[in-house]
Write a protein that binds this ligand. Structure first.
Ligand code: ZN
Length: 274
């Protein structure tokens, strides 16, 4: 099977080292990879980048930067520094984009968080462009609005991109976070029209999940209308890769090769018949 239209986030197969990810993804004919900073911690990033090239894997994004909010100016300044570091890492890995989980600070209003995010991204957008790294805002499900991201819908992410009006800022759309939005088709089209529809993460949303973060479903295990969303992406002209991003403590306890094969089986069933 050829999975050149597919990418995998290294956090999906969290127990694997970067070398195992590269080898196992490439062996299955997967075309792309998004790399989590955790997976390459302590690694020689130039060497990793060479290994990606040799394996024929195309890098999509470094995951993740963001967390721009904070009660003090120092916290917010430190966040910018951390993001600049992530941008340099993306450049060394030759990854063209950095996914941003934008942040939210307990005790601040959603509006305060939003404004700090806007100012934070605005402060590093030129720097990122100079390093050839595009910044991608990932709207998160509102259940994370307390301490992870005040960008809680695709509409708000679109509003943010519109307000920032910077050609180095786009959006990473993840079905887990946006499947429930009533105006999703309209917002996906708006995102594409604005030139922000950069990347596309897939998994599934299980209504009975046992953990807020670490019990995401393989495609088909949950209630998101994956085919409907895929149609919206196609209708909006999206031509990039689908990227599988699943956090699952249950699957991480099992053989990761088996997990990846289950993912590909589900992918074939849902996306190949389109
Ligand atoms: Zn995602």
């Amino acid at each position: 099977m050829n999975y050149s239209d597919l990418a995998i986030h290294t956090f999906t197969t969290k127990p694997w080292s970067i070398d195992q990810c590269i080898e196992e993804y490439a062996r299955r004919g997967i075309g792309g990879i998004s790399i989590w900073r955790e997976t390459v911690e302590g690694e020689d990033l130039c060497l990793v980048s060479r290994k990606l090239r040799d394996a024929g894997l195309e890098g999509v994004s470094l995951v993740r930067g963001g967390f721009f909010t904070g009660k003090t100016e120092k916290e917010r300044r430190d966040a910018l520094e951390e993001n600049r570091q992530a941008i340099r890492e993306a450049e060394l890995l030759e990854l063209p984009s950095l996914v941003l989980v934008c942040g939210a600070t307990v005790g601040q209003s959603p509006r305060e968080n939003y404004e700090q995010i806007r100012d934070g991204i605005g402060a590093i957008a030129d720097d990122a462009a100079n390093h050839g790294v595009r910044l991608l805002v990932e709207p998160l499900h509102p259940v994370y609005a307390g301490d992870r991201s005040a960008i809680s819908s695709l509409k708000v992410a679109n509003d943010l991109c519109e307000e920032l009006n910077h050609n180095n800022i786009g959006i990473a759309l993840d079905v887990y976070h946006v499947w429930w939005e009533l105006d999703l088709a309209e917002q996906i089209q708006r995102c594409a029209d604005g030139g922000w529809l950069d990347t596309y993460h897939i998994c599934d949303f299980k209504p009975d999940q046992s953990h807020l973060l670490l019990d995401r479903g393989i495609m088909g295990e949950g209630c998101a209308d994956l085919v409907g969303i895929d149609d919206m992406m196609t209708a909006a002209g999206f031509e990039g890769r689908r990227e599988v991003e699943i956090f699952s403590s249950k699957w991480w306890e099992r053989d990761q090769g088996e997990f990846l094969d289950e993912i590909l089986y589900a992918y074939d069933k849902i996306y190949r018949s389109l």
